[in-house]
Design a protein around this ligand. Sequence first.
Ligand code: PHE
Length: 450
Amino acid sequence: MSASERGSFSSSFGVIVAMAGSAVGLGNMWRFPYLVGENGGAAFILIYLIFVLVFCLPVMLCEFVIGRRGGANAVKSFALLAPKSAWPLAGVLGILAAIFIMAFYPVIGGWGVNYLVKALNFTFSRAGEIDYGALFNSSVSSTVPPLIYMAIFLLASVAVVAFGVKNGIEKCSKVMMPVLFFLVLGIAIYAMCLPGAGDGIRYLFRPDFSAVTGKTVAAAMGQAFFSLSLGMGAVITYASYAGKNTSILRESIATVSADTVFAIIAGCAIMPAVFAFGYSPEQGPGLVFVTLPALFADMPGGGIIAILFFIAFLLAAITSAISLLEVMVAYFSERLKISRGWTLAILTIFLLGLCTLSSLANGPLADRKIFGMDLMTFFDYTSANFMMTLGALLIVLFVGWKIGKTVYVEELTNGGKIRVPRWLLDGTFFVIKYIAPPVIVAIVLVSILG
Ligand code: PHE
């Protein structure tokens, strides 16, 4: 596909909303709150924030540099920057990670559709009548309904990508992201005003380091990469659609800030309510689907809050799913030289198959284990904790040691046209070259051995 046939974002703002759309997703609305709950609250958040600032921002800058300079999909960008080398394999790992994530993401998106339907029927307004744990188990473990909801979510995401980069991804993100922001902010303000919310706010902001272990640190790192869509080519792909005169630094800082603010606001929307109604924050993945519905039932106006919450949940999930699809569509259509439409059609059938297996792993196929995990947990665990971490490691090694500082500085300053403070260029490159690689390896080892 020639450069002129490739899509592009219309402006720097378009890049930022699309990137923020990719970053803000189930990672913020579902994974972050329950990890915070499982890992003791504020201490986890603090470690997470340090990672985001010290490591994730530099990793994001690297992906931007690779994608915009390469100007191609996640594999070809490596090939163009390092011809006749094995580096494109780092991109192949990214495509694989995208497939693994899209093998379970639509299933959880489908749970969101299911819960929105329930909320619209005011299922969550009947305090004390329903056992929400049992409701969740029966909702996800039955055979056919979760498949239908999953397919609705997947097809909605496919429809957006079918309209292309500018008219699909960018336009949809421009509409959905502001709506999402105000919805989540409104719910957070409401939750923080509930009587008894103070304990939840203290839990989020007053750290207790006594419970921190190597695993907490590893979980924080995995979550940071997952939440920022790093280490698997999503940023590389989107950056390849960014204009050559936009500022990579500004776009990266804006994306990282938006994602982090969303994670904190989502925490503020959920934890104060959990504490206010005397629930335990350590619910694991069921937090959003079991604890929250029970809360909605107890809350004044909870029926409406439930509807708004699950709409926000779906908006966040769709803008992320489309970025995962785009990574695959860009690669396969450019590689196999087939149209985007055909590529999407074939991918949809393939992903429907994979997601069917993941969905059934919560019910009829629950006993089929891979490495001791059911299939859906396997896709989730391997993608975030292994593939994205390894991907991020290869990406920093590539920029730090293969393409080097001259190219890095050229891209961040657009060949000297943008003034970027020297300490920032030197500091981030130092982290990329010398600090990030050993730290990532050390944390992965600690989490495997510890
Ligand atoms: N960042 C997304 C989220 O938080 C997930 C994602 C990962 C999207 C990797 C694209 C690429 O839900």
